[in-house]
Design a protein around this ligand. Structure first.
Ligand SMILES: [Zn+2]
Length: 267
């Protein structure tokens, strides 16, 4: 078999989300045993159906932080996991703010929905849990939600990193050093630094600080001002020596032994 990553959009931030000029459904990771949905923002369930990916077999949900472009379809995904709330099934992992709420942030999956999941876990940076045939480790962020987390997923086909929303902090270097695929939320293009997020230059600095660079960087969670993602991908690639692909709705990456391949799923 193989591990695969499928994108249900590439948009992030308020303007991309409200206009849906870029879809905001998050992404999926599938292995032999794992069917994980990550950050199901607005439209996740619609995009799954458009791409003919069955939501029913989903067995894990990860929500990184308490912003709506990451969580609004979360309860619908829980309903798919639990076969319409008829079976106790599946695993939900998230930050403290997402699972329990903190301050002005309310928990984003209702207690009713949480009660039908087999396992609900709050993760803090460096926490590790077994997840079917993989292991997941929470990573650091610096963002509006102080409890936000990304992850490093250890699979038989190499590690997959996800930065979630964060600005460039030194902890990210160790968190993602040596991952095979790095999924980075790059909201802005080069020379447009913005607090709490990565721009193209930050991604370059992050990759060039690693002992072992990733085989592939996937840009996602791009804001409305990211007008030419392909141009940015080339800029990051030229400055790091790493392959860079901008995510888009339906992008599927397959990790095979020693190589990866990608295609665009039909809607
Ligand atoms: Zn955010």
């Amino acid at each position: 078999m193989r591990a695969e990553i499928i994108f249900l959009g590439c948009g992030g931030g308020r303007w991309a989300t409200i206009t849906q000029k870029k879809a905001t459904g998050g992404f999926r990771i599938h292995t032999d045993e794992l069917r994980l949905h990550v950050d199901p923002g607005p439209g996740a369930i619609v995009r799954l159906n458009e791409l003919k990916i069955s939501p029913w077999r989903t067995n894990a949900l990860f929500i990184s932080h308490c912003h709506p472009d990451h969580y609004t379809d979360g309860e619908v995904i829980v309903e798919a996991i639990t076969q319409g709330m008829t079976k106790k099934r599946g695993i939900f992992l998230g930050s403290l703010s997402v699972v329990e709420g903190f301050g002005d942030y309310e928990h984003v999956i209702s207690k009713y929905h949480q009660s039908k999941l087999e396992e609900v876990k709050i993760l803090y940076p460096k926490d590790e849990v077994e997840l079917y045939d993989t292991k997941i480790r929470a990573t650091h962020t610096k963002h509006g939600d102080p409890f936000g987390i990304g992850f490093r997923l250890y699979t038989r086909y190499g590690d997959i990193g996800y930065t979630s929303d964060t600005e460039f902090i030194s902890e990210l270097i160790e968190d993602f050093d040596g991952v095979r695929i790095l999924i980075a939320n790059i909201v802005r293009k080069k020379n447009e630094r913005i607090k709490g997020h990565l721009c193209s230059n930050d991604a370059i600095d992050l990759i060039n600080s690693m002992n072992k660079k990733p085989e592939l960087l996937i840009m996602t969670h791009m804001g409305i001002k990211m007008t030419n993602p392909q141009l940015e991908a080339e800029y990051i690639s030229q400055n790091t020596g790493v392959d860079v692909i901008p995510a888009r709705l339906g992008l599927k990456i397959e990790l095979l032994n020693g190589k990866y391949r990608y295609q665009l799923l039909k809607q």
